[in-house]
Design a protein around this ligand. Structure first.
Ligand code: ADP
Ligand code: GN1
Ligand code: MG
Length: 366
């Protein structure tokens, strides 16, 4: 056991779930920034994934878990292989799908999907194409879902106006005394603030419809099988009403870059255009039947907005003293900010080329 696993009373936590009397090896798992994830490897039976849900980030755990139950049930009804293609929540002895430990932490468990991989960095067009199919199909399958069933697990999660207001408040408070050191970055973000409002405005004007979207389509939120084919969309914490361009843009943010989201060497952040093409082809193959023309036109806006919004969020957290995202060293959130800004610059330079790719893929499928 390392320090992280020693911190919790796992025998008690596991005993709250309907998983039988197994003996488990427990180890931290994955590279998510929000929840604490552990692999429970059984010496005798099934393996599970146990997660401590970040209660600082998700204030309404009951609402969050109800969303997850509704969404997974809906997806399972439509799947030929519901056990392996959709997350399976394990029920607790209290009849709910989450429980609390003696410290007040919230826990949930899913079956562990074997022989799957998630990637922090995409390297092949096949992976990118499968990512496009995965997130496009996810939106398609949720097209007929009753939006009123879902709560907003984080209100205004991808609302850029709100994110910029938060940044401005954080600058005023300057809790960590770091504002002086990031003035050029603040100028960079401020100079683009107006143009980043377009999706919100089109939404408010009724031109872009709200749909059920994933809202956290970083590539490591899908599991691919050993052949690098899509198996399962995971991390369903933020599935709620949103604009399709958000999902498209956040996936591209994590796919098109030749470096990871926190790359220190900014020169290493280049665009891998074939991966953009492959993702776009996969995504449109699943969504062309329902996307409106304004939505297709909005995709490029999402491609620019999501790295921008991520830079705003990382910088806000840096200025707040690193209270939201997990960090691995002092300055990690600033390094992430700089990498997202660099990616945005590259995307701005190549915007017309990317628009051309979206248009020609769309026309070829329509
Ligand atoms: P976070 O909110 O912290 O990002 P995730 O739900 O994305 O948490 O899980 C973190 C990582 O754990 C994922 O990137 C993936 O590698 C792995 N993972 C999550 N669920 C499963 C599962 N059911 N089976 C196998 N691996 C999983
Ligand atoms: C967080 O949980 P994870 O690591 O998949 C964050 C996303 C960010 C992402 C940046 C609930 O996602 O919004 O885009 O980090 N999730 C939440 O890597 O804030
Ligand atoms: Mg995740």
């Amino acid at each position: 056991m390392n320090n992280k696993t020693k911190a919790y009373n796992f025998p008690y936590i596991i005993s709250r779930f309907k998983v039988g009397e197994g003996i488990f090896d427990i180890a931290p798992f994955g590279s998510g920034h929000i929840n604490d994830t552990f692999l429970l490897k059984s010496t005798v039976g099934d393996d599970y994934l146990l997660q401590k849900i970040n209660h600082f980030v998700f204030k309404d755990i009951d609402g969050l878990m109800n969303n997850m139950v509704y969404v997974t049930n809906h997806l399972k009804q439509k799947s030929a292989n519901p056990q392996s293609e959709v997350l399976t929540l394990i029920e607790c002895k209290n009849g709910k799908y989450y429980c609390q430990d003696e410290l007040g932490n919230y826990w949930r468990m899913t079956t562990f999907l074997h022989n799957t991989k998630s990637y922090d960095l995409v390297t092949t067009p096949k992976q990118a194409h499968q990512g496009g199919v995965a997130f496009g199909r996810f939106q398609y399958l949720l097209c007929d879902f009753q939006p009123g069933m879902l709560v907003d697990t984080i209100p205004n999660f991808l609302n850029i106006e709100k994110r910029l207001n938060d940044l401005n408040e954080t600058i005023r408070a300057d809790k960590a005394g770091r504002v002086e050191s990031v003035l050029p970055e603040l100028d960079f973000l401020q100079s683009r603030a107006d143009s980043m409002n377009e999706i919100l405005q089109l939404g408010k004007a009724g031109i872009l419809p709200l749909r059920i979207t994933h809202n956290d389509t970083k590539f490591n939120n899908i599991l691919l099988n050993q052949k690098d084919e899509i198996q399962c969309v995971i991390d369903l914490d933020t599935v709620m009403p949103g604009y399709v361009a958000y999902d498209f843009g956040d996936a591209i943010r994590s796919i098109i870059s030749t470096a990871t989201e926190d790359e220190k060497d900014l020169a290493a952040i280049q665009l891998n255009i074939p991966l953009f093409e492959a993702f776009t082809k996969g995504y449109l193959s699943q969504t062309v039947s329902f996307l409106t023309e304004p939505e297709v036109k909005s995709l490029i806006k999402g491609v620019l907005l999501l790295p921008y919004m991520q830079a705003v969020r990382f910088l806000t957290d840096y200025l707040n003293g690193d209270v939201y995202y997990k960090i691995h060293f002092t300055g990690h959130n600033l390094q992430r900010t700089l990498a997202q800004m660099q990616l945005l610059k590259m995307l701005e330079t190549n915007k017309e080329k990317l628009i051309g790719i979206i248009e020609s893929e769309y026309l070829s499928l329509k």
